[in-house]
Design a protein around this ligand. Structure first.
Ligand code: GTQ
Length: 350
């Protein structure tokens, strides 16, 4: 078989070859293959933690510098320290803390991105979804699924702060962002009384002739803290904790029992005092919020102290262990819904 003679100065010949590829918009796979097709996930995100107590005064300062109406959304973005300027906390997900002051309205808009809100401080402001208000209390989970009109308002006399979790980077990667704004920059008119969605969809029944189109995402858009917290206690009274996860509940969409939204999954967890979970990893980078208790989250061996209102990001395929000093209650969200649909999600329990 004829073989081509290799040039004597191979390195120089290769460099010359690569130089001639670039102007043709071509690149040699063999230089990048091992970085592209990795045996396990190699995330550019790093583990990181934020303390709500440090962010809260900065957010209040933002409140003096810009109104909710001016800003549209007055939010400080939690950026992964390894991804500055990219508005992402993991490769696919966004997190931010939003402030709405007494008397303010964050005007109605809708967008292709899915959003969840997890209430950190305040009581009684509302998110309106498609004409229905959800009055928010601390540690409630509120959803604004893709392409539904939503606005936020605060008719109380206290500032209200919540964590926004969105799939902004994922939608950006797909070049699939669409958004619309209400012409008058105001709130969407109320068309249903508060509590309507919970009565239609939160009672283990479903409307046979569904009012709102089911195709428009999860219609049950409020998951009150008082309800989900009680469930964790019921689990705890009746069974042993899971060795890797403690007591873990997933919030579900009542239409199909699946994840709360098309792209994001959300979870509530109780790790009882004294338990240290066994090591586990999963391919969905996860944002955790401490609701109650103290302990430590070990991520690839590094210790992140946990205390109420702390926020900790556990990147894809890092090893996590949770150690609870007192009963620890955590809320978390991730892109597991996306990965599961695509057949990509994996976990390894050690
Ligand atoms: O409240 O709709 O943090 O559209 C980022 C984008 C919040 C919102 C964010 C948004 C919103």
């Amino acid at each position: 078989m004829a073989t081509h003679a290799r040039p004597s100065n191979l390195d120089a010949a290769r460099d010359d070859f690569y130089d001639r590829l670039a102007p043709e918009s071509l690149a040699p796979l063999w230089k990048v293959l091992s970085a592209l097709v990795t045996p396990t996930p190699r995330t550019p995100a790093v583990p990181a933690a934020w303390s709500f107590d440090r962010i809260q005064p900065l957010l209040m300062e933002a409140g003096e510098l810009i109104t909710a109406a001016e800003a549209e959304r007055r939010v400080l973005i939690l950026e992964n320290p390894a991804l500055p300027g990219q508005s992402r906390i993991t490769s696919t997900l966004y997190a931010g803390l939003q402030l709405i002051l007494p008397g303010e309205v964050a005007p109605a808009h809708r967008h292709a991105q899915n959003a969840l809100r997890f209430v950190m401080q305040g009581d009684g402001a509302f998110t309106a979804l498609d004409g229905e208000r959800a009055y928010m209390h601390q540690y409630d989970l509120i959803l604004t699924p893709a392409w539904l009109w939503h606005d936020h308002g605060n008719e109380t006399d206290q500032p209200m702060i919540w964590l926004d979790g969105l799939d902004i980077p994922l939608v950006q990667m797909l070049d699939a962002s669409f958004a619309e704004h209400r012409e008058d920059r105001g709130a969407w008119p109320t068309s249903r009384p508060a509590g309507d969605a919970a009565l239609r969809w939160g009672r283990n029944m479903r409307p046979v002739h569904a009012g709102r189109a089911e195709g428009q995402g999860n219609p049950l858009f409020i998951y009150p803290f008082a309800e989900w917290r009680e469930t964790l206690d019921v689990l705890r009274r009746s069974e042993a904790p899971h060795a890797h996860d403690g007591y873990l509940m997933e919030f579900t969409n009542p239409v199909d029992g699946g994840p709360v939204m098309a792209t994001m999954s959300a979870f509530a967890r109780l790790v009882p005092a004294g338990l240290e979970t066994r090591a586990a990893r999963s391919s969905d980078g996860t944002i955790n919020v401490v609701v109650e208790g103290t302990g430590t989250l070990f991520i690839d061996g590094a210790a992140f102290p946990l205390s109420p209102s702390g926020i900790v990001v556990v990147p894809s395929w890092t090893e996590r262990r949770i150690s609870a000093d007192s009963d620890l209650v955590l809320f978390s969200y991730s892109d597991r819904a996306t990965q599961t649909k695509l057949g990509l999600w994996r976990e390894r329990l050690e």
